[in-house]
Design a protein around this ligand. Structure first.
Ligand SMILES: [Zn+2]
Length: 202
């Protein structure tokens, strides 16, 4: 494939996680030779993606931007959710994996990253002050730490325990039903549900 536009598009698709050069080429050829509407629709949706969706101001989940109020996600806006239970996750993928279990009655807080001395990510790089404020404001009584069962995930769980200890809130850690080092995002809903149900004191 030598056409410049094709090469450019292949490079762009190959920037996405899990997409190699071959897959990127398949995407581009499919968009070029398949139905005409798909590339146009994709372009329209992508053009406005970052304007219409932003991180929720409260929890960091994906939320629709609204002109008439704060950007708050569907979960935070749902009054049937128990505000006293807060599940802390590393990334939005993890939140979605837990949501698929339909076992989480509370709300979430997305850290955005894990503590990682090897990558130079220290405690000051995590949104701990925002988390502390939210716990106090919402009257949270249980924090479920659902960081992944990896070295960085465990280190982050211990940091949270230390930072939140003074609040006198019950802290639990999801059970190790998900494989060690594994990504929560790949855990099936049943395994994830068991990990949540089998949570233990941190
Ligand atoms: Zn939210």
């Amino acid at each position: 494939m030598s056409n410049m536009k094709v090469r450019r598009l292949v490079q762009l698709f190959a920037r996405l996680p899990g997409v190699g050069e071959k897959t990127a080429q398949r995407y581009v050829l499919h968009l070029l030779t398949g139905d005409e509407e798909t590339p146009r629709e994709l372009a329209r949706e992508l053009a406005t993606l970052r304007d219409e969706l932003r991180p929720c101001e409260r929890c960091g989940n994906v939320a629709e931007v609204r002109a008439d109020g704060p950007t708050v996600c569907e979960i935070c806006a749902d009054s049937r959710r128990d505000p006293t239970i807060l599940c802390v996750v590393a990334r939005v993928h993890d939140l979605m994996a837990i949501e698929r279990t339909m076992a989480m009655k509370g709300r979430y807080f997305v850290l955005g990253r894990l503590l990682s001395p090897l990558e130079g990510i220290g405690p000051e790089d995590l949104p701990i002050p925002r988390l502390l404020r939210l716990v106090a404001d919402d009257g949270v009584t249980e924090i479920i730490v659902a960081t992944p069962p990896s070295v960085d995930g465990e280190a982050t769980a211990l940091l949270l325990k230390r930072e939140l200890a003074s609040l006198g809130v019950s802290m639990t850690r999801i059970a190790s039903g998900v494989p060690h080092g594994g990504d929560l995002e790949y855990a099936d809903p049943i395994t994830m549900g068991r990990a949540l149900a089998g949570r233990r004191g941190l």
